[in-house]
Design a protein around this ligand. Structure first.
Ligand code: SD4
Length: 315
């Protein structure tokens, strides 16, 4: 079919179905909004809001926000203090996306203190979106980042030594191996960006990469609509493209809350074992409305400076 007539037909079908794509954001004088996953989101949001208040861009804001979490030496699931893989090696993943479609991602990194800044360099300085492993580490060094010794923190070493005794691999709901930070921000003019960074699932196979650095899975942002980010069992998020699902639902009229619920329902539908793991999702539209939902109870998130708990599919 000719492209133009195909488009005309698609729009016609969407209109018949009552699903018209969203218009561009209306307000340009709204308060900035920052939302992020889990309790550590409070400190990250404060940094992101500070950047916005001092005239930084929304991309600067999301980067600065999650850098706080990456640098926290007590955090067992983000940054170099995270729990290691089953070989006792910490490997880090991150991605960043601007609402105009620019994106960068860096994964399977060792010894890089701020994976999010490396992801941003990929976005700003290369024609690529995603780089991994040794090549990504070399790119970091070549661009002035230090590669640090990849030693385990005391807490991570103890936890890993304990795990090695039994080698029982089972993600546990709402504890340290499910605490990625995903952060979305909207500035006062409706421009949006998001960032997501993690040490991934504890005791994963060496080389495993989850959803967090994958644009469209752990994070997706489109200024014309809004953004979404996920935390939890990355494999289930990749299988369903959960952040994209949420953004595309909003594009066709869903509220951010409805969009989050739809994404979680897709995960339930495709995973008979959904009661055994956790996924949490956040979404914001370009009018500043937000939504949050999870598979299981216990998913907390930070909305600006307020800590909240999401409703869950599992009651
Ligand atoms: C992953 N989604 O690597 C990450 C883990 C996570 O909160 O979200 N932890 O699968």
């Amino acid at each position: 079919m000719h492209r133009r007539s195909f488009l005309a037909t698609s729009v016609g079908v969407a209109a018949l179905a009552g699903e018209l794509p969203r218009a561009l954001a209306a307000a340009d004088d709204a308060e900035p909004l920052v939302i992020s996953t889990w309790d550590h989101g409070i400190a990250a949001n404060a940094a992101a809001l500070k950047t916005l208040a001092s005239g930084g861009s929304v991309v600067d804001a999301v980067e600065h926000g999650v850098m706080v979490t990456e640098a926290d030496p007590t955090n067992l699931s983000v940054g170099l203090s995270g729990l290691p893989d089953r070989d006792g090696v910490v490997t880090l993943d991150a991605c960043i996306m601007a609402g105009d479609g620019r994106a960068g991602s860096a994964c399977f990194l060792q010894g890089i203190k701020h994976p999010i800044s490396l992801a941003r360099m990929v976005m700003d300085k290369t024609p690529h979106v995603m780089i991994v492993g040794a090549g990504a580490e070399r790119f970091a060094r070549e661009n002035g980042m230090k590669q640090l010794p990849n030693d385990l923190s005391e807490a991570a070493r103890k936890a890993w030594q304990q795990w090695v005794k039994e080698k029982n691999y089972k993600p546990v709901i709402n504890i340290e191996n499910h605490d990625t930070i995903g952060l979305l921000a909207r500035d006062s003019r409706g421009r949006m960006a998001g960032a997501c960074t993690t040490s991934g699932l504890a005791y994963k196979i060496h080389g495993r990469v989850g959803d967090s650095p994958i644009i469209g899975a752990g994070l997706f942002v489109d200024d014309e609509v809004g953004g979404a980010t996920c935390t939890g069992l990355g494999e289930s998020v990749i299988r369903t493209g959960a952040s994209t699902v949420a953004v595309e639902r909003m594009r066709y009229g869903a509220t951010p809350q409805e969009a989050c619920e739809e994404a979680i329902r897709r995960i339930v539908k495709k995973h008979a074992n959904w009661k055994e793991f956790q996924v949490g999702i956040l979404a914001v539209d370009n009018n500043g409305r937000h939504g949050a939902y999870a598979l299981q109870k216990g998913f907390t998130y930070a909305l600006n400076n307020e800590l909240k708990t999401a409703e869950a599919y599992g009651g």
